[in-house]
Each structure stands twice: as C-alpha cells, then as structure tokens.
Design a protein around this ligand. Structure first.
Ligand SMILES: Cc1cc2nc3c(=O)[nH]c(=O)nc-3n(C[C@H](O)[C@H](O)[C@H](O)COP(=O)(O)O)c2cc1C
Length: 186
C-alpha cells in the first residue's frame, strides 16, 4: 500500500500539531511523507517530478495548517501547476491515469470548532471553506472522504498532541479501509 502524505507547512520547524500528525502517520505501514516547503523553498514546482509522484501513489493526502481560511500558498501553486498540466495539458498521459486515486485532506486550525459556526467568529464551517479542494477532487475524479480536521491546533498540550496523533492514525486507517482506489487506466 502506497499512501503519500504531502505536507504543506510554511514553518514546519516551528510546528507542533502537524509534526505530531506526521510522527503518528510515520508509524503506519505504507506511508511516505513529503515536506513540500522543504522541497520547494524559493524554487518553482517541478511538474514532471510531481506528476510522477502522484501517478506512483495509490492514495494521496494533502496535509496543512489553515492560514486565512485556506491552504498555504504553496498548495495552491502546486495545484495550479501540476493539476493544470495533468487535466488540461496532458490529460491522456496524466489526469486520466490519476483518476480513481483517493484523496484525503488533513488540516489543522488554530480556532476552536465553535468559531466555525454561523454564530461564531468565522461563520463558515471549515468543511465549507475547504470546498475548493473538494470541488477539485470531484472534477478530477479523485474519490473524496471527509477531511481530518484538528481545532485549537496551536493550543494543544503534550497529552492532547499525542491524542491528535492517535486520532489522525485512526482516520487514515478508516479511510484506507472504507475507500478503495478506483480502476486506473494505463
Ligand atoms: C499566517 C497565519 C494565518 C492563520 N490563519 C488561521 C485561520 O484562518 N484560521 C485558524 O483557525 N487558524 C489560523 N492560523 C493558525 C494555524 O492554523 C495554527 O497555528 C496551525 O494549524 C497549528 O499547527 P502547527 O502546530 O502544525 O503549526 C493561522 C496561522 C498563521 C501563521
């Protein structure tokens, strides 16, 4: 089983929540973690490499901290570059072969869950704010699964970080159990 977790954290060395999640995921079989900011700091995205990476994956996870109600900028750039190439420039060799690959989003947010309600600070649910990613998955025929969402992520103590890691692992396991990759064309 080959699950690639692409981590988009602009400041991973200062991260606590995403680091806890990565450490927990690393204990599972068949997981590969890629630190995308480490790979692309100040560089343009290598579309060929990213395409090969995606086509070699059985499953894909996009993991990131929420920043201003969206993903960090590199994830958007990566989508613009890689998915435009896959689905508009090179569909037969690219996007068509990616179809059927399950996609999971795992996002951490600083606010508590109550803030993401109509009476809260942010009004919208985090699931709603992440709908551009869900739309992309739908458009690109990548089976979608409810995202893993962590709230108060920058306020967790050591025990809560350990619990976060366990919850993440359980979510990944459920996803792998419940969502099978679709048939891929060659
Ligand atoms: C520039 C910036 C913008 C942020 N915007 C939001 C936001 O819109 N909503 C939110 O809940 N948290 C926001 N946060 C908090 C981060 O989501 C939170 O610190 C992070 O998920 C904690 O994970 P980490 O320990 O892996 O860094 C923001 C943080 C930064 C640095």
């Amino acid at each position: 089983m080959n699950t690639k977790i692409l981590v988009f954290h602009p400041n991973f060395s200062e991260s606590r929540a995403n680091v806890a999640m990565v450490r927990a995921a690393q204990m599972m079989n068949g997981i590969e973690i890629i630190d995308m900011y480490a790979q692309y700091a100040g560089k343009s995205i290598d579309v060929e490499l990213e395409t090969a990476r995606l086509l070699a994956a059985e499953r894909i996870v996009l993991q990131f901290p929420v920043q201003w109600y969206a993903s960090p900028a590199l994830l958007k750039q990566w989508l613009d570059d890689v998915f435009t190439s896959l689905y508009y420039v090179n569909y037969a060799e690219g996007g068509q072969r990616l179809e059927g690959t399950p996609l999971l989003v795992a996002a951490t947010a600083g606010n508590q869950i109550d803030a993401y309600t109509p009476t809260g600070l942010n009004f919208f649910a985090l699931e709603t704010l992440l709908q551009p990613l869900e739309a992309t998955a739908y458009r690109c025929k990548l089976p979608w699964y409810p995202p893993f969402l962590a709230y108060r992520a920058n306020k967790l103590d050591t025990g809560e970080l350990a619990t976060l890691g366990i919850s993440y692992r359980e979510h990944l396991e459920r996803w792998r159990h419940e969502i099978s990759p679709g048939l891929k064309s060659n």
